[in-house]
Design a protein around this ligand. Sequence first.
Ligand code: ADE
Ligand code: ZN
Length: 319
Amino acid sequence: MARPKVELHLHLEGAAPPAFIRGLGREKKIDISGIFTPEGGYAYRDFEHFLSVYDTACTVLIGPEEFHRLVHAVLEESAANGVVYSETFLSPDFCGGCDLGAWREYLAAIREAAEQAETQHGITLRGIVTCIRHLGPEQAKKAAICAAETAGDWLVGFGMGGAENMGEQKDFAWAFDAAREAGLRLTTHAGEWRGPDEVRAAVRDLGVERVGHGVRAAEDPALVEELAEAGITLECCPGSNVFLGVYDRLEDHPIDELRRAGVNVTVSTDDPPFFHTTMRREYAALARCFNWDADVFDAVTKTALDAAFCDTATRDRIA
Ligand code: ADE
Ligand code: ZN
């Protein structure tokens, strides 16, 4: 039997199987044929184009009902890969354009589907609202308000994804402060495309306790030491980084170096069908490349559980 896996960094829409999105396109009579390869996968050239294909895929997710179906498709796949706990990025921008009333309806549908999937497949989902960096700070405020108004034991975190080269982390401080005041735990994408200073800015200017990717911190030994000392957790997504060209080969990825330096590293898939990965594939590749054995995987899973944003009762149930 597969070892139980804990995933902290998964984008709900980015986990949509291409066949599911293509099927919805046909059903809704929306022509999105341009985003698929002849083999039926997602087709894109680079990160910028990936973000644009991602947006196009989301155009068929037109209401709460479509998100309900999406959650079922995604959690079935995660559970089949041995994932027992999935912290998943939910985006009010894709769920009604950050309108609070609409967001409540989408969220109710997402949560209902997740609870059904928990009964069916034994996988627990907790939500992290994500704002989208390239939409700018004003739109991020709206996402943060959606998050703050629906914060609780199920919606547990707030984060930011999108194009890291747009603006600065500190431009989004209002959104992160509002989320923190509502009791949400914080993470932001940093150190995927920009270097160590961006990871520093994430911790210093937004006060996050986890960083999405964060791997380019490895370029600065002093920062690596600081992250280890401060107990900041990195949501590493090695397959994503290699597929998008942050590193040429998995052998060049710093996840093992960071782990050995005492940084809290975890393993996630990010947007699995976009990067032709799954949690099982990530684990197999890390075992092959860095000789990670059962003890290392157990330690990484414990790190992920300790860094999970859920309440202790949920954590104890999963552990
Ligand atoms: N949104 C979905 N996947 C992402 C990634 N890898 N980086 C930034 N934003 C994202
Ligand atoms: Zn991500």
